[in-house]
Write a protein that binds this ligand. Sequence first.
Ligand code: OOG
Ligand code: NI
Length: 466
Amino acid sequence: PMPQAFVSTDRIRSLFTEAMSQMYRAEVPQYGTLIELVADVNAGCLENDPDLRQRLAQAGELERIDVERHGAIRLGTAEELFTIRRLFAVMGMQPVGYYDLSVAGVPVHSTSFRPIDEAALNVNPFRVFTSLLRLELIEDEKLRGEAETILAQRRIYTPRAVALIERHERNGGLTEAEATEFVAEALETFRWHGEATVSAETYKRLHDAHRLIADVVSFKGPHINHLTPRTLDIDAVQARMPERGITPKAVIEGPPRRNCDILLRQTSFKALEETIAFSGDDDGAVRGTHTARFGEIEQRGAALTAKGRALYDRLLASVRGEVQVGAGGAKAGAYDQELAERFKALPDSWDELRGQGLAFFRYSATPAGIAAAAGGTLPNDPEALIAKGYLAFAPIVYEDFLPVSAAGIFQSNLGTDQQQNYATRSNRDAFEAALGATVQDELALYAERQAASLDAAMEALGLAGL
Ligand code: OOG
Ligand code: NI
């Protein structure tokens, strides 16, 4: 028989993102409303700002904006994490970065699964912030044992999903028919289940230890807890959310509004209060509510170098040290003002950000440069080439997450009474052992892309290997 062709991991990822988006829209109607608002605002931005449109088009990024989403799940065991890595690999997603949220009082550590090469990112940069519960942070030994036993019994992957993952590993790909089946089977892992696997009494004890522990341990699987679209103007979306009956959190996380967007700005709306049925509840008598799923939007800017990131972290910490936003958004105005003021220390032009080595850029040969190269040898110095207009540069978009923002997003959905501080060290080794792989270093990935773009541009200008 003819060998069957495999479909690309890009295609499987796109099919999966679309299926996930449809499922989430049916589960959380506000998500659909938010998607419409973001699409409206983005269309307006591109219409009113031809430069922005051109910059995105030139970078090959225009198409990805409409499909771009990130989600988040929280897993309970090492085996679950090990298998999710293999599941995401089928869609061309790899673990990037280690995030320790225990410093912010959230008993998890995390990574982000996402595509890493530029072509794949431009097709569909779907990413999933994936957390693993750190059971060792539950102090009550009896409760910890109970949680372990409950988690050991559940199976969050369908047998068919596991079989298709194995087939992908064995054969090096999936056929179109297998891919379609894989998407449907994999989606089951992320579905919301209104029936808890534990009794009301157990749920309460888990919840009293930490709301997040109840969220991870009490259910059949790791329901996707949000699915975030990317907007080109987060302030506009934030301002217009109330028009559509959505109440956002008081402040936008991350850097302030700037001419040159950097990293990631995010805002969310509160988790839904959803009715659940506890186990042992056949007549529907024991019901309760659970808050897990929320809405979020994000705006992405340039990836910062280690030096730029250190400056960002220092400025943000100084603002947060000065003004703490209270429950219900008290002092939000003062926080925004302080943020804008302090961030004046971070240059706001692409020239300065590049000149001072604060952000990563993608280089390209300009048509003028290519024409000049045909007429003779050009100076073999990027700065001289830039000065002559032969070499252009554009910011590389940040594809990752921010732990302080993530902690803020977690907290705003957990309630302010739950802030705890765990006196513990981060445990990256344990995380990677569970994952069965090391996580990739995001800064190294950006640096490689920057270097590769410069090499290609120099080659196009006839300066390769000089
Ligand atoms: C994940 C929160 C992190 C983000 O955008 O920073 C996140 C969670 O609540 O499970 O998604
Ligand atoms: Ni998020």
